[in-house]
Design a protein around this ligand. Sequence first.
Ligand code: BTN
Length: 328
Amino acid sequence: MQSEIRKRLLELFSHSETEFISGQKISELLGCSRTAVWKHIEDLRAEGYEVNAIRKLGYQIKSKPDKISSNEIQLGLETRILGSSIHFEEVTTSTQKLAHKLAYEGVDEGTIVVTEEQTEGRGRLDRKWFSPKYTGIWMSLILRPNIPPTSAPQLTLLVAVGVAQAIQEVTGIEPDIKWPNDILVSGKKVVGILTELQAEPDRINSVIIGIGINVNQTQEQFPEPINNTATSLSIITGKKIDRALLLQQILLHIEKLYLTYLKNGFKVIKLLWESYAINIGHQMVARTIQGDIKGHALGITDDGVLKIQSDNGEIHLIHSADIELIPK
Ligand code: BTN
């Protein structure tokens, strides 16, 4: 209820960005007392909103915080499922860890966990994921699709396409996807995706998809050894990116793809994924737990598995690996 009033309050201001709205008018429109309005304004200030208050004129939001909060995510969010419930933490160990706990406790599909800072951000293969304060998008999505556990890797590819589409829309950058889950710009990593399951042998309880995006870091902010291999959207565009807007677009794009996938299967997603893929046709080394496989990528199967043809003509199906592209 409280958060519903807050959402409507921010909506009022979003329609009249420079205008003042009187306390009386706000209380009428929101159906709450003027004291309650004042209390909400104070809460906004505490969250970093700069609010002007002038007697006889009322309130005006002068600037929004450069922060992501549940409010910022909710306001203008056009999805039906993703983000229907938002768990926001200013700082947490890992959104993935928290999402696992919530999924186990039975939260609804579409619940997202978002934070401003992770102290123990996790990447694939138990690597660390660098997640400093106020610069990135660190979030985990909880989905409960009725698909066999073996099809779950398709969701990683789906999410990569959704994130790539949103980045393109918000920043104008055309990103590349490196199988299975890295999003690169000019050969440097901007996004990592980590898909984990809570499942029984034949049934998925939940899929927890962690998305980490380097948005507003400067190059100096990346520590060794990733400062040579990682970049941020802001470094590439030379502009500060609105993280809440990007996050909303990501949810919207992923949701559209997800609904298409549940209805029509992986075919369309596969085509879209291939349009962003940089692996296909490339020479590469796939580092798998069974050893390295060198060859060129033929494409992905209908299940999202990578097909590599090694130099002796043999075809390998790669389910999980680290990929190193060999420059042409
Ligand atoms: C990768 O290794 O490329 C995957 C990185 C995934 C990082 C994200 S950030 C949000 C979520 N929480 C985590 O601890 N990891 C994922």
